[in-house]
Design a protein around this ligand. Structure first.
Ligand code: MN
Length: 489
């Protein structure tokens, strides 16, 4: 994926000035690419000086599957009526970079030629007006282009655009429907595909059971050797560990063959399976696949998108499917214990995962192998997407993950704990007020700002719960958003 650098100008200043515009733009593209801070390459395009050239360029950007987005910058003044058609049809993520070629004013040499060439200070305002007038979703980044902070802003835009590109491509395989009678993991799959691009389709669990039979024993043996090196073997039930590895290999083969990057399982639908995929799901999440338990396809798709964004950001820590398990309500140090029946991604592990086999109290199948570990400490977010009726709402809760306060020898699952912002009770009240799910994606690698950029590109509501947010301000935000979405603003 590449991002197109589009420099705006106009014919008025003559050929010499336009040659300088092109030459400076090339230097900036090279400098940005050589800076080593961008997850994707920027591609130089010839500066545009007419409405026809702008429209043609935007058509090409739309048609190129490898174009991740466009970055516009006005070196000179570029009258914005020229941009109406082009920006109007633009479908790719759009960053307006507000910078200028020179850092300092050349005090002794500044003359009218310099002024004609270097007009970003007001040329970018003309450009910003037309994007505002067109209600065009965009990200605006201001700052000197050689500065680290400015380049980080471009990198952040690229990460959100990478999430958007991935979102349009996510294919989620459902092995089983939602857990019976559960509401929040339900939703309109058609709306999710229209708005987010999430393709959610169903396969029979029997198909997966058949695929498992086709996995050669030797492949399972190799996977067992690999797992024994990566994790600590803490069980004698090697047959079940091999079973989980066989599930993992079958799922992996199935997903590669079908172009699928996310999947869900359901403990109420395991016909032909020996046990619920626990360790298998954990290892696939670690490899970057999206996953949702109990048929939760929304969280599975979201996890896949966030894995791609986290990779583009290159930040430390992990990103996992998660559930609020139970609370520790010790006054003043309230914390949430987060875990799941089995399926937590080892990317958030602060300790070496142990392979253990224990019975599950529900589902009626054999005891499944799972990876057991405790998380590390980090700032993080919990992100959920719910179907609020006719549209999707994303809720982002700012948290701080900590290792569990005490060991839990009788709870044989991977676990983390976290403290919520602004405080325990307010955060819980606000999450519940928004309708946030008990399933979400926990990420130590992404922030609210990352998710907001992504949500803006996709055109969905994104609500923050964290420091500085209170129930009154949140209530107003939700009310205004409701009106805005009903009016189609
Ligand atoms: Mn669950």
């Amino acid at each position: 994926m590449k991002f197109w650098f589009i420099t705006g100008a106009q014919e008025l200043y003559g050929e010499e000035t336009l040659r300088m515009v092109a030459s400076d733009s090339r230097k900036m593209v090279k400098g940005l690419n050589d800076g080593g801070r961008l997850p994707y390459e920027i591609k130089f395009t010839t500066p545009v000086t007419s409405d026809r050239a702008i429209t043609k360029l935007m058509q090409s950007a739309n048609a190129d599957p490898d174009c991740g987005g466009v970055i516009t910058w006005m070196h000179t003044f570029s009258p914005s009526k020229m941009w109406i058609e082009g920006l109007g049809i633009l479908e790719k993520p759009y960053l307006h970079l507000h910078t200028q070629f020179n850092r300092e004013i050349p005090w002794d040499g500044i003359d009218m030629d310099f002024m004609n060439l270097n007009q970003s200070a007001h040329g970018d305002r003309e450009h910003g007006f037309i994007a505002a007038r067109l209600r065009k979703p965009r990200i605006i980044a201001a700052g000197y282009w050689q500065d680290e902070e400015t380049q980080r802003k471009i990198a952040d835009f690229m990460a959100a655009a990478a999430g958007a590109a991935e979102s349009r491509n996510v294919r989620c395989a459902r092995f089983g429907d939602n857990m019976r009678e559960v509401a929040v993991t339900e939703g309109d799959k058609i709306e999710a595909q229209i708005r987010m691009g999430w393709h959610v389709n169903s396969w029979g669990i029997g198909d997966l059971a058949d695929m498992m039979k086709e996995i050669p024993d030797s492949d399972v043996g190799t996977a067992l050797d690999d797992a024994s090196r990566r994790y600590e073997m803490a069980t004698d039930d090697i047959a079940e560990v091999r079973n989980q590895l066989r599930v993992k290999l079958a799922l992996e083969r199935f997903m590669k063959e079908n172009g699928v990057t996310a999947f869900v399982t359901a403990f109420q639908d395991l016909h032909g399976m020996k046990s619920l995929p626990g360790m298998a799901s954990q290892m696939l999440m670690e490899d970057g696949y999206g996953f949702g338990a109990e048929g939760d396809w929304k969280t599975a798709c979201l996890l896949r998108v966030m894995k791609v964004m986290a990779k583009a950001k290159g930040t430390k820590g992990g990103t996992s499917f998660m559930e609020d398990y139970t609370y520790d309500l010790t006054k003043g140090s309230e914390a949430v214990l987060g875990a799941h029946m089995l399926e937590v991604c080892p990317s958030i592990a602060g300790t070496k995962p142990k392979i253990e086999v224990h019975p599950l109290s529900i589902g009626g199948k054999e005891p499944p192998a799972r990876l057991v570990f405790e998380s590390g400490e980090s700032d993080a977010i919990n992100v959920t997407v719910i179907d609020i009726g006719g549209r999707l709402r994303m809720i982002v809760q700012e948290i701080h993950t900590i290792a569990p306060l005490h060991h839990m020898p009788k709870l044989p699952v991977a676990a983390t704990m976290w403290q919520t912002k602004p405080d325990f009770a307010s955060a819980a009240e606000m999450w519940i007020r928004c309708g946030g799910a008990h399933h979400f994606v926990l990420s130590q690698q992404l922030t609210y700002a990352d998710m907001k950029r992504f949500a803006d590109i996709m055109g969905i509501e994104c609500v923050r719960i964290g420091d500085g947010v209170c129930m009154e301000s949140l209530g107003q935000t939700l009310m205004i958003n409701d009106i805005a979405y009903r009016l189609g603003i």
